[in-house]
Ligand binder design. Structure first.
Ligand SMILES: NC(=O)c1ccc[n+]([C@@H]2O[C@H](COP(=O)([O-])OP(=O)(O)OC[C@H]3O[C@@H](n4cnc5c(N)ncnc54)[C@H](OP(=O)(O)O)[C@@H]3O)[C@@H](O)[C@H]2O)c1
Length: 308
């Protein structure tokens, strides 16, 4: 991991979310001052208001900022993908990214780096194919969202700002996201693989996701797409076994595909049944050492953390 050498002033968008909260804490702990963009009226020091849907942002937020990290977007896993929800998932990412990029382009002094979230959903459903950052875009709704997100982020690169696009896998954290939704079900002994369970599931430990963002912030040559995933992707069946075992339960009840489709609509096929064997080719080649490369360790570590 490349260390951030001197103090870096970072502006976070989507800083209240799962990744943003952990990143903000880690940056503060390492002595890097942070500011947050908030959609409500600011209520604390370091908060600046923006309205990404209306493409408005307080320009003062960027003054003196070295790095901007964009983690904002309507939560993808929070419910059934209705047409209205899909629209919010797409628009929230595009609008937030365009608002930030416009502000960066208009700033008198631009930040030196823009880090923008994306997702391994970029690659879509690809069976057993090993997917690196050089692999082609997949087909479907999520690849379309990621393409639009990354394309708009590219406006910062066009303005001469080093821009990194982080294609996150599923973050294994107790505080939120997929694992937090699965734990209660598994605790009741009702967990099971999804469909055949053969689909590859890219994932990343909660400490490593923050460490990877810090690495990219620090590295003067870190730009373009990065798969932020463990070097050891697992199938859904392997993930299911690891979670059940960590909770001391058995996972005997596979969830049938028809039930997933009935409950979740197209989210079932695109987010839960799609097979995406993404590998962190660039991070590995840059010498990034993962703290939790194995799913068993990452899950145990997540479960040991105090729930917040
Ligand atoms: N966690 C994962 O497993 C994972 C995997 C792949 C990709 N990602 C992507 O990485 C980014 C950060 O992930 P996360 O897990 O931290 O997400 P999260 O917990 O859902 O937080 C996202 C943040 O975005 C802001 N937000 C929510 N709805 C919004 C809307 N309609 N318009 C604009 N902003 C909105 C909120 O922050 P404010 O209220 O402070 O504005 C929220 O805290 C997301 O874009 C996510 O899609 C995450």
């Amino acid at each position: 991991m490349i260390p951030i050498k001197s103090s870096m002033k970072v502006l976070l968008a989507g800083g209240s979310g799962l990744i943003g909260t952990a990143l903000g804490r880690a940056l503060a702990g390492a002595g890097h001052p942070t500011r947050r963009l908030v959609r409500r009226p600011p209520s604390a020091a370091g908060e600046f208001q923006w309205d990404p849907a209306g493409r408005r942002m307080d320009p003062a937020a960027l003054v003196g900022i070295d790095a901007v990290v964009n983690l904002s977007g309507e939560n993808i896993g929070a419910g059934r993908w209705t047409a209205a929800r899909c629209d919010r998932i797409f628009r929230s990412r595009v609008d937030a990214t365009r608002t930030l990029v416009d502000a960066i382009q208009q700033a008198k002094a631009r930040p030196s780096v823009f880090v923008c979230a994306s997702a391994t959903g970029y690659y879509g459903d690809r069976g057993d194919e090993i997917l690196t950052e050089k692999s082609a875009l997949g087909q479907g709704f999520l690849p379309g969202v990621c393409l639009a997100w990354e394309t708009h982020a590219g406006g910062a690169a066009a303005a001469g700002v080093r821009t990194a696009l982080l294609r996150f896998g599923v973050v294994v954290a107790r505080e939120g996201g997929a694992l937090a939704r699965m734990i209660p079900v598994f605790r009741l002994g009702l967990g099971g693989r999804l469909g055949s369970g053969c689909q590859w599931m890219p994932w990343i430990g909660s400490d490593d996701v923050v460490r990877a963002i810090m690495h990219v912030l620090a590295g003067p040559r870190c730009e373009g797409p990065y798969n932020v995933t463990s070097p050891r992707p697992v199938t859904n069946a392997e993930f299911t076994r690891a979670l059940a075992s960590a909770l001391g339960r058995r996972a005997r009840l596979p969830v049938p595909v028809w039930a997933l489709r009935l409950a979740l609509g197209r989210m079932a096929d695109e987010a839960l049944l799609a097979s995406t064997r993404a590998t962190p080719d660039r991070l590995s080649r840059e010498g990034f050492v993962f703290k939790h490369p194995a799913i068993e360790n990452a899950i145990s570590h997540a479960l040991q953390r105090r729930a917040v």
